[in-house]
Write a protein that binds this ligand. Structure first.
Ligand SMILES: [Zn+2]
Length: 150
């Protein structure tokens, strides 16, 4: 399944949690939306902008357990649009390079496998929208940039 952020992707809802914006995560709230994506499927972020970062969602510092080693392999792709919003797609094996320009039909990578470190979780890309205000991250509701199936 392709994730097309303006073509009604489906939000994750599995035994490990719900993927909608502001869903409960313990004492915190989910700061993005989780869009279902089968392992290896193309991730098409229908956002125009520049790839400003290929990052690691989790710390690389202490790989003391198998779960931490699996999590260390995850990547994210950050696309910055003309208005300065940073669109971040997590658990994506990148097929774009930093500083490349992306259009609305660009494949930015393929979905990684979350089920090994997180049994019971449906594979998905975590999509969050961030701006920096006074050096701090401010998260925005991604639903203003996408149209969901559910
Ligand atoms: Zn998420």
């Amino acid at each position: 399944m392709k994730v097309r952020t303006i073509h009604r992707p489906k939000v994750r809802n599995d035994s490990q949690g719900q993927g909608h914006w502001q869903a409960k995560r313990g004492s915190r709230k989910h700061n993005g939306v989780d869009l279902e994506a089968d392992v290896g499927s193309d991730i098409i972020a229908e956002i125009e902008g520049t790839v400003t970062k290929i990052g690691f969602p989790y710390s690389q510092k202490s790989l003391t357990t198998e779960k931490k080693r699996l999590k260390a392999a995850f990547r994210y792709v950050q696309i910055t649009d003309k208005d300065g919003f940073h669109h971040r797609f997590f658990y994506v094996n990148p097929s774009v390079l930093r500083y490349s320009e992306v259009k609305k039909d660009t494949i930015i990578g393929t979905a990684q496998d979350l089920t090994k470190p997180y049994p019971g979780m449906d594979n998905h890309t975590h999509y969050e929208v961030v701006t920096m205000v006074d050096g701090k991250k401010v998260f925005h509701d991604p639903n203003s940039f996408i149209e969901l199936e559910n």
